[in-house]
Design a binder for this molecule. Structure first.
Ligand code: GLY
Length: 571
């Protein structure tokens, strides 16, 4: 087992003050531990926060399945992990049922009906990315609550049981970790600037580890959802509060936008890789398609013989990333609005042709790499959770507010951050979004359209059964991280821990630079430089991957990323 930390000392005398659901589950929100690794026999959850993972595991113990646990974990994250857990954002779920059925649920935010292509273009013709990233106008119509209810038909327990722990955490509070205190302190000025009413997250004297965070307005919103279901969010008082907040801050989400929001069931993006099948998210996420392109390009390249973090494997994978992301910028967007050539971008002929100009001796110049010409048909902040139960159900969920704490605007009276997902659209061709990613017509703003995402919740199956459940936050780095984690496991035979924990790297075509994570081998960086690679400033950390792998004896190996407060729970 990895080391465990007790975070806070109990401030209440007995468990009774925590609420009945938490008490029954034996969860103390004022004294909890971070657990990084677990071997589970019957079911497990890995998520960004220990309390959320404990809630999910308790639901499994109470007879819930992986879908119950995923719903309860997301609701708990909306309370205990406000920088990315959310009611005011959106997400994607990829699942496999015990009967083998696979599904993808899209609850991505949508552009409000009043949005248009030039929403962020000022009268001088310049794009105003402050408005697409911060404050009311940055918000897309949130999808998370619709997503929870779209996945509920696959669950077993009453919705009350799934939401009660979150209500109790919001009502009675929980103690925050050092990382949460740092995160909240870093946004205090933005909270003043982009809110019309003082939110609970604002604290003049600053937050510190062990402080109690109580969110009564959020608790009331959760109770309305308990009473009225989806309508408790998209209609009635909560919808009214969202629209009033928009009016006070010049946002454009309307009552109709909220009432009309629907989560969509989609066919998962699926492809074979050697002896496994990879099941991931289709458009409007670029994740599944990018992963497919990259894995298919390397499938016959014998990465294994090159070795993990060898110059040859890192250089090849970088060039693969460069080419796939060039296609992302040109072709990918909401396929309900734009004809994304999904199958054409992964035909064997195209995959072969894409690396024609690859030179293993030197960096390709991104200026010379253009989005490919598909052949005619041959055929900062986000959060991820991985869940498996003892009945053969597996769920991978990635949800997001986009930036950490979204637009930094909290809906007055309703107590949750609203997203700044509009920045994931291409606000104008040639203007990079907050991840430096470019886009064109495929991802331009249109009313009701979903913005292109990189979220890549993924299940790998072997002989038809779930084998790996994986995903991570990290904006445009997400597909590259899932790619590396899978290659680390499937080709380099790394342990599950190493596959997640070893330093990662990232290239996204433009800007033409290779990003490496702290701890990445210096000698490889030096060699890459001599081959012509531009190295970006090293990042302290890239993503936060949550992984479950089924071992040969059927037990579950569960890994929470070392890079945050991420934690596992199970039994
Ligand atoms: N907001 C990050 C993503 O959806 O990719």
């Amino acid at each position: 087992m990895k080391k465990q930390f007790v975070l806070c000392i109990a401030v209440l005398s007995g468990m009774a003050g925590f609420g009945q659901a938490l008490q029954q589950a034996g969860i103390n929100p004022f004294a909890y531990k971070i657990e990084k690794k677990l071997i589970a026999h019957k079911g497990a959850v890995a998520s960004a926060h220990p309390l959320a993972s404990l809630v999910g595991a308790a639901i499994l113990k109470q007879g819930g399945n992986a879908f119950d646990a995923a719903i309860a974990t997301q609701l708990a994250l909306a309370v205990v992990y406000p920088n990315a857990g959310n009611l005011g954002g959106g997400g994607f779920l990829v699942g496999q049922l015990s009967n083998g059925k696979q599904l993808a649920i899209d609850y991505r935010e949508k552009a409000p009906a009043a949005a248009h292509k030039d929403l962020y273009i000022e009268s001088n013709g310049q794009a105003n990315t402050e408005k697409s990233q911060l404050g009311h106008l940055a918000a897309g119509v949130p999808g998370t609550v619709a997503g929870l209810f779209a996945s509920y038909p696959y669950a077993k327990l009453s919705f009350d049981k799934l939401i009660n722990p979150a209500i109790e955490l919001a009502t009675n509070g929980f103690c925050i970790t050092a990382a949460e205190a740092r995160g909240l302190n870093a946004i205090q000025n933005d909270l003043k600037k982009y809110n019309t009413q003082a939110p609970v997250f604002l604290k003049e004297q600053g937050w510190k580890e062990g402080d109690t965070l109580r969110q009564p307005q959020l608790a009331a919103t959760l109770k309305r959802i308990t009473e009225k279901g989806k309508a408790g969010f998209y209609e009635g008082e909560t919808a009214q509060l969202i629209v009033e907040e928009m009016r006070r801050g010049n946002g454009i989400i309307s009552l109709e936008d909220l009432k009309n929001y629907k989560a969509v069931s989609r066919t998962p993006h699926r492809f074979a890789y050697k002896d496994v099948v990879i099941v991931s998210m289709p458009m409007p996420s670029s994740g599944g398609l990018l992963l497919n392109q990259m894995m298919k390009i390397v499938e016959d390249k014998n990465l294994k013989s090159m070795g993990f973090h060898s110059l040859a494997s890192v250089q090849l994978m970088t060039e693969v990333m460069r080419r796939a992301y060039a296609d992302r910028a040109e072709y990918m967007g909401d396929a309900d609005f734009y004809p994304v050539p999904v199958r054409e971008l992964v035909t064997p002929g195209y995959i072969k042709m894409r690396m024609k100009d690859y030179n293993p001796e030197k960096a390709t110049d991104s200026k010379q790499v253009h989005p490919g010409k598909p052949l005619p048909k041959e055929s900062d902040e986000t959060t991820h959770l991985s869940v498996m139960d003892g009945q053969g159900n597996a769920v991978a969920v990635t949800t997001t507010l986009n930036n950490s704490y979204g637009s930094r605007t909290v809906i007055g009276g309703a107590g949750f951050f609203i997203n700044d997902e509009m920045d994931d659209f291409s606000v104008r061709p040639g203007v990079p979004n907050m991840y430096g990613a470019l886009g064109g017509e495929a991802n331009s703003i249109q009313p009701g359209k979903r913005m292109l995402s990189s979220m890549t919740p993924t299940i790998v199956t072997k002989n038809g059964k779930p084998y790996i459940v994986v995903g991570t936050p990290g904006g445009t780095t997400i597909p590259n991280q899932v790619f590396q984690t899978l290659i680390n496991l499937l080709e380099f035979d790394l342990s599950a821990e190493d596959a997640v924990y070893k330093p990662k790297f990232h290239h996204q075509w433009l800007p033409d630079e290779l990003v490496t994570e702290k701890g990445f081998p210096e000698e490889i960086k030096m060699s890459l430089k001599t081959m012509g690679y531009q190295l970006a400033r090293e990042r302290n950390s890239i993503g936060r991957t949550e992984l479950i792998r089924v071992l040969q004896d059927g037990k579950l190996e569960v890994i929470a990323d070392r890079r945050g407060d991420d934690s596992v729970a199970g039994f």
